[in-house]
Ligand binder design. Structure first.
Ligand SMILES: O=C1O[C@H](COP(=O)(O)O)[C@@H](O)[C@H](O)[C@H]1O
Length: 249
């Protein structure tokens, strides 16, 4: 069942990133206190990258990051180490400070391995199986895309759990992405978005459906759907949409 969106508005991108890091830390600590191994789907993008730097600076705290399963919602199918990769830079930042255990880190294949794009997507689908993310983080592009599911593009309609994406409107063209089905079975979906250039897409994503909804409008958690945005990104939300003012800690 889709859940109604909760919209938390922060002063600027740094505050959104800080709030994301704080919310993730407390959610993971809570899940582990209840005996769970949290399943977290990470995203690329500007806010998430800032949040990862914050998590690394803060250190593990109350979270045993060696027992958090990390997945990715999408990846650029380029060679390992390419700066376009979502996972590589993230892991460079998080691995040491959070003492990650590689056995719990599920990186999508790179293009310089043994697998072609279709095989790489199929391999990640097999690895993912029926995993349900406790938290699925989503950046969003100005066109309303999430993961590598783009408006008006076959990626949005391709069945399955993990798909090969070709001719991505945003470079690089070859990508791997989880599908909306996988995003929508997540317990919590958290958008993290900043900037005036995304204000229109935020409004479309929050308000929603209509005949041709942007991908973000189709993404929803089964327990919670939370938009962490800054004031610039929230600017096109109509006055009657309820928002709450964010605090970072
Ligand atoms: O291509 C991608 O873009 C989105 C949003 O990125 P941003 O830099 O505009 O914040 C990101 O969520 C996605 O993971 C990534 O592959």
């Amino acid at each position: 069942m889709p859940t109604p969106a909760e919209i938390v508005v922060h002063d600027g991108p740094d505050a959104v990133a800080e709030a994301l890091a704080a919310r993730l830390t407390s959610t993971l600590a809570d899940l582990q206190a209840r005996g769970r191994t949290p399943q977290v789907c990470l995203t690329g993008g500007g806010i998430a990258t800032k949040a990862y730097a914050r998590l690394a600076a803060d250190g593990p705290g109350d979270v045993d990051w060696s027992r958090v399963s990390l997945w990715w919602g999408d990846e650029r199918f380029v060679p390992a180490g390419d700066p376009d990769r979502n996972a590589d830079g993230t892991l460079d930042v998080l691995r040491g400070p959070l003492r990650l255990d590689e056995r719990f880190v599920h990186v999508m294949p790179s293009s310089d391995g043994d697998l072609d794009l279709d095989e790489a997507a199929a391999a990640y689908a097999a690895e993912l199986g029926n995993t349900v993310f406790d938290v699925c983080l989503l950046g969003m592009g100005p066109d309303g895309h999430v993961a590598s599911l783009f408006p008006g593009h076959p990626s949005l309609r391709t069945p399955g759990s993990v798909i090969a994406v070709r001719d991505s409107p945003k470079p690089p063209p070859d990508r791997i992405s989880v599908t909306m089905d996988v995003i929508d079975r997540s317990r919590q979906v958290w958008f993290c978005v900043s900037g005036a250039e995304k204000a229109e897409a935020v409004a479309k994503g929050v308000l929603g459906t209509g005949p041709d909804p942007v991908p973000a409008a189709l993404a929803s958690g089964t327990e919670a759907t939370i938009w962490l945005v800054d004031t610039a990104a929230a600017a096109d939300l109509p006055a009657d949409v309820e928002t709450v003012a964010g605090s970072s800690r």
